[in-house]
Design a protein around this ligand. Structure first.
Ligand SMILES: *Cc1c(COP(=O)(O)O)cnc(C)c1O
Length: 375
């Protein structure tokens, strides 16, 4: 009925385009803003958890040779069979679990929610967390419930369980490690929530490469669990490839929502090659983990800077003596782009997030911050 009224009104020839848009697009969509990506403008880019390392020259050559063979006149393999096999090997996916691939893990979040979305139903996540859970929840017409993390960014199990009883969320997202806080949640707390959840639980392991903890082997234990991963944070963000692992019964249904050729031929061929030659990725990840320790120590040594331990490729910090906006702008002026999380408010008040770069980039960041603080 509401839809019909909107359409009838659209027939008025005199209506201007802004009014037409306002009538037709759902209010919750109009109320949001498109995902904003900052323009680095040649600055050192430490805002988006990208790997700072380019492909090694010998890999690049092999890659170009591979791309030359790709038949772009043909559709890609709709099931990306060869690529899935490479991912299984590279990530030790349990043999009896199935995989669903997405154009980035963002797309897989969307697939999961599209498959379950019903008006008046809920999606739950501990917050602050990855913002796309809420954005996509709203886009598919569901309602998002965020439950605050504890003071030290741990899971508030009691509050989460209360919210689960009250809202009966169809899907609960738990990012392990969490973005933007950088920490892992206690395994027993996560397991308790998976056991208690009335619906699906998606454990998002976007940062699995930077930690030794994983829930991939827990898939057997819980039949409401799915594990989400991506190649984005380990040097291949431009390829846009995410994967969802879970029991065949789940994946079979979710696969019906996926668009047929969502993983393009270039990505399939490229990712397969990179996974075959993955020692270079492991080396870059090792370097990032060691740099993470160095940046953490440097930030910890600065008076008036609060810094949180990280199991990811970024670090959350707060400059107590300054407005986050001033710190952000000061770094920006010094040629370093980080992420200002202060506008998100709540627990992220006065917080900034810096992605771990190359040693040279990290020095530039630390020195710029030191200079600003007169240290
Ligand atoms: C970066 C990130 C993603 C999205 O990754 P893509 O695969 O690039 O879409 C998903 N979840 C978390 C927690 C992230 O930080």
């Amino acid at each position: 009925m509401i839809a019909r009224e909107a359409l009838l009104l659209l027939r008025h020839a005199t209506m201007n385009i802004a009014d037409r848009v306002a009538r037709l697009v759902r209010p919750e969509i109009r109320a949001t803003r498109a995902y904003a990506v900052a323009d680095a403008g040649g600055r050192i880019k430490l805002d988006a958890m990208e790997s700072p390392y380019p492909l090694p020259p010998e890999i690049k050559q092999a890659w170009l040779d591979t791309l030359r063979e790709v038949e772009v006149n043909r559709y890609p393999d709709a099931d990306a069979r060869a690529l899935k096999q490479s991912l299984r090997e590279a990530m030790a996916i349990p043999a009896d679990m199935e995989l669903l691939l997405g154009n980035g893990s963002d797309e897989l979040i969307q697939v999961v929610l599209l498959a379950v979305a019903r008006p008046g139903s809920y999606v739950l996540a501990p917050t602050p967390t990855f913002v796309m859970y809420e954005v996509i929840t709203n886009a598919v017409g569901m309602d998002f419930v965020g439950v605050a993390l504890t003071e030290d960014f741990g899971l508030d199990v009691v509050a989460m369980r209360t919210a689960m009883r009250r809202y009966e969320p169809l899907v609960t997202f738990i990012a392990c490690p969490n973005n933007p806080t950088g920490n892992l949640f206690a395994t027993d707390a996560v397991e308790e929530l998976v056991s208690d959840a009335p619906g699906l639980v998606v454990i998002d392991e976007a940062y699995f490469a930077f930690t030794d903890s994983s829930y991939i082997d827990h898939l057997h234990r819980y039949d409401n669990l799915l594990v989400l991963r991506t190649l984005s944070k380990m040097g291949l963000a431009g390829l846009r490839l995410g994967l969802l692992a879970g029991a065949p019964a789940w994946i079979e249904e979710l696969n019906k929502v996926r668009l047929p050729y969502n993983i393009n031929s270039l990505t399939q061929a490229s990712a397969q090659l990179m996974l075959k030659r993955r020692e270079f990725i492991a080396e870059q990840v090792r370097q990032t983990r060691s740099e993470r320790q160095r940046v953490f120590t440097a930030l910890s040594d600065l008076a008036g800077v609060r810094v949180w331990p990280s199991e990811t490729n970024f670090i959350l910090f707060r400059v107590q003596s300054r407005e986050a906006k001033d710190v952000y702008e000061g770094l920006y002026a010094a040629g370093v782009l980080v992420k200002n999380l202060d506008p998100q408010g709540g627990a992220l008040h006065a917080c900034l997030r810096v992605t771990i770069g190359t040693p040279v980039e990290n020095d530039a960041f630390i020195n710029a911050l030191k200079e600003m603080l007169g240290a």
